[in-house]
Design a protein around this ligand. Structure first.
Ligand SMILES: C[S@@+](CC[C@H](N)C(=O)[O-])C[C@H]1O[C@@H](n2cnc3c(N)ncnc32)[C@H](O)[C@@H]1O
Length: 393
């Protein structure tokens, strides 16, 4: 097991004391990211963007929203009931860039939808909610509201839910192979306010979930110390989302791997990464509340959990392919027509568009389209610039 110790900030030491000194890693990650006062997201300390801690596709400029907007417009137009109100729900909007840019895309390309659509933003961090409200202030488009998932459950909607780089910020359980036995990784408060790792027994409900997944854990050939992540928090979230949406789609865009690449002996340290000021680090225990922690999704476990709550996987592709099918190559070509006076802007946009499809980075993101309810099987991702996505009726 990783012997690394780290200083424990006093707010976390207090919480750990209250929990008898030891908690599963998942609880540590939840506090480090989402504690309302001290967590990296909860406190609003996160800075997303090219000059921030990490850049996401929407934070690079409006081009991503323009391309994704074509897909979302098509999905909204393909939903069965075209008479009622439609909701475009973004969960985890971060700085609010995507929501703001999507408003402009809808106004320009789907004024008919503006009449019938609302934008619903679901954000766990009160600080980020405020930043999003500020970002969207004065921007026209559909009516916007912020709400908790429980409010959606009380009044379910029809529409499309977008989860862009949301689920990689969900707290994960970590499993460690220790002397031939798989154990739950825990975080323990030592004397002199030091944090270090410890091993705990896997609780029965998690053990049951692992056994019913069909994934062999640990994979054959794993050495002692082999470590991986398990997304135990996906199920409750998908369940609450299922009772929030009557008919519609869920588009997950995130770091993801197939189970055969996730749970292998060779991936012996899992996928968990820490990010601070643009630099990736490997020790998740240091700077609790001041650095991002993120873990890749496993496509099969997400899809299994989704299916359990009625979300069927309809389509999937890598971001590079998805964006090319939505017309990225034509957008690149159109930059050549810009006048020489706009050269600097054209070059910057060219760099962004290429970054979005770079197979070694954002282009490798997975787009996973799930749907539920009436007409669910008619929804799909675009297959070419002339077909934004829906299958003919
Ligand atoms: C990695 S950031 C991504 C931000 C944005 N989607 C982007 O791509 O730029 C994760 C976002 O999800 C929010 N978040 C995390 N867990 C959440 C939850 N359970 N419900 C709502 N928002 C959540 C965070 O506060 C943050 O806004």
């Amino acid at each position: 097991m990783d012997p690394t110790v780290a200083d424990c900030p006093s707010w976390l030491a207090t919480l750990l004391h209250q929990a008898s000194g030891t908690v599963p890693f998942r609880q540590f990650m939840d506090w480090a990211l989402h504690h309302p006062e001290h967590g990296y997201y909860g406190s609003g300390r996160v800075q997303i963007g090219p000059q921030g801690d990490f850049a996401t596709s929407p934070s690079l400029g409006p081009d991503f929203a323009t391309l994704l907007g074509r897909q979302l417009i098509d999905l909204l137009r393909t939903l069965p009931d075209q008479t009622g109100r439609l909701s475009l729900v973004e969960v985890g909007p971060g700085e609010g860039d995507l929501a703001a840019d999507l408003q402009a895309v809808l106004a320009r390309h789907a004024p008919d939808l503006i009449e019938r659509c609302e934008l619903v933003l679901v954000e766990r961090s009160a600080c980020l909610r405020q930043r999003q409200q500020h970002r969207l202030e004065g921007i026209g488009g559909c009516p916007v509201r912020w709400c908790a998932i429980e409010e959606l459950q009380a009044a379910p909607v029809q529409g499309v839910v977008l989860a862009h780089e949301l689920l990689d910020a969900f707290p994960v359980d970590r499993l460690v192979l220790h002397q031939g036995e798989l154990q739950l990784q825990g975080v323990r408060l030592q004397q002199q306010n030091q944090l270090d790792w410890t091993a705990l027994a896997i609780p029965a409900p998690l053990q049951k979930e692992l056994e019913s997944s069909g994934i062999v854990l640990p994979p054959p050939g794993s050495d002692d110390g082999w470590t991986t992540e398990w997304h135990s928090t996906l199920r409750p979230w998908l369940e609450s989302l299922a009772s929030s949406v009557t008919d519609g789609a869920l588009l997950v865009i995130d770091y993801a791997l197939e189970a055969s690449r996730y749970y292998t002996a060779r991936r012996s340290e899992g996928t968990l990464m820490a990010y601070c000021k643009g630099i990736a680090g490997l020790n998740p225990l240091v700077h609790a509340g001041e650095q991002d922690l993120t873990a890749h999704l496993c496509i099969e476990t997400l899809t299994q959990a989704a299916a359990h709550y009625g979300w069927q996987l309809q389509d999937q592709r890598r971001q590079g392919e998805a964006l090319l099918a939505l017309g990225l190559a034509s957008d690149l070509h159109a930059l050549q027509q810009l006048p020489a006076t706009e050269l600097a802007q054209a070059l910057k946009r060219r760099e962004t568009l290429l970054r979005l499809v770079d197979p070694a980075a954002l282009g490798d993101f997975h787009w996973l389209l799930y749907s539920r309810g009436a007409g669910a099987d008619r929804l799909s991702l675009a297959t070419g610039p002339d077909n934004a996505g829906s299958r003919p009726g």
